[in-house]
Ligand binder design. Structure first.
Ligand code: NAP
Ligand code: 8YV
Length: 307
């Protein structure tokens, strides 16, 4: 049997299928020389220490589309194929982005607390909220998920604008500058990859451009948003609201952020439904099984597509 190193947890369905073809080793007990395949996830990735110890490594299969926790430069240098799970989670993550946006606009957490506390009976009707209809929504990263977000916003009659590295062949207005886009937006939704090229791309200047009536939604990576600047902007009122699924040092979330009333916070569950996680798990496994069968994979990350 081929030897697979498991980083992080895998589902029972994944384990059953993997055990038919691999001997699965855990990180606390493995013989580095034997390992040819790794299964991991977007959060844990593969540490440089473990990666360098695996001299016979051929494939790293990631459960998730984001692969910023895997050193692809080193993988390409060593001829190791990195795979991920694009497309199967587009709709779910887009739904999460909208869930956060609508929750901020309609103050779902505040009003839920109003009912539960009994305040409704004592104080009467809750204060009014803002309509999420007819908003200008800036999508930072108009890729697979970004486009799914744009599609899902159509029933709310949103005007979509976007910033990506490259201008796309779409009807939406393109902005070269994130700050200039933020000035024209009611909502900014971040859905780029993480990593050095997007590190703190949403800084205090962008947040102030979005403004006191603006809403920031982050379903990308915590590193994309300057978290301490975000806390300052939300506290001072320079930014109106934030809906966040991802954080700088997950699972730690700064107390200051947790105490702010103008935030909606989720524990990185953008793709976290039974259905979507099953599809991601299946693709993660199929990449490994296909490599065993014929030396190729289904969904290599772009950097490894030529390997
Ligand atoms: P994708 O199709 O590759 O789209 C990424 C988009 O980001 C592209 O439009 C790309 O622009 C843009 N981009 C990349 N680097 C950029 C930069 N430096 N500046 C500006 N724009 C940049 O990826 P996807 O499948 O939509 O996934 C996007 C990311 O979402 C993942 O990498 C992951 O971090 C995150 N994610 C989060 C969750 C969650 O649970 N919260 C779930 C899934 C994914 P070009 O097209 O011009 O290159
Ligand atoms: C996953 C994600 O929760 O796909 C991604 O990039 O962030 C999420 O879908 C994560 O990768 C699982 O570890």
């Amino acid at each position: 049997m081929t030897n697979l190193l498991q980083i992080g947890s895998i589902t029972e369905a994944m384990r059953e299928r993997l055990e038919s073809a691999f001997t699965i080793h855990q990180v606390d007990n493995f013989d580095a020389k034997k390992i040819t395949h790794v299964v991991t996830n977007g959060h844990d990735g593969l540490s440089p220490d473990i990666m360098s110890s695996l001299e016979n490594l051929k494939v790293i299969s990631g459960y998730g589309v984001g692969y910023d926790a895997i050193d692809t430069v080193e993988a390409v240098r060593r001829g190791i194929i990195v795979t991920h799970t694009p497309n199967v989670l587009n709709e779910e993550v887009a739904t999460t982005a909208l869930l956060l946006m609508l929750s901020c606009y309609r103050e779902v957490l505040r009003d839920d607390a109003y009912v539960r506390s009994g305040d409704w009976e004592v104080k009467g009707g809750a204060p009014l909220t803002r309509s999420a209809d007819n908003q200008t929504v800036g999508i930072l990263g108009l890729g697979r998920i970004g486009q799914a977000i744009a599609n899902k916003l159509a029933p709310w009659n949103a005007t979509i604008v976007y910033h990506s590295r490259n201008k796309k062949d779409v009807e939406y207005t393109y902005y070269k500058s994130v700050t200039e886009m933020a000035k024209d937006c009611d909502v900014l939704i971040c859905i780029t990859p993480g990593g050095p090229s997007t590190d703190n791309i949403v800084n205090s200047e962008v947040m102030e451009a979005l403004g006191p009536n603006g809403t920031l939604i982050n379903v990308s990576r915590g590193s994309v948003v300057d978290e301490s600047a975000l806390i300052d902007a939300l506290k001072s009122g320079k930014l109106g609201w934030a809906g966040l699924d991802v954080f700088e040092s997950e699972p730690a979330v700064p107390e200051a952020l947790r105490n702010l009333p103008n935030t909606v916070l989720l524990p990185h569950v953008g793709s976290g439904t039974v259905e979507t996680r099953a599809a991601m798990g299946a693709l993660t496994v199929e990449n490994l099984l296909k490599h065993l069968k014929d030396g190729t994979v289904i969904s290599a990350v772009p950097e490894c597509a030529h390997l």
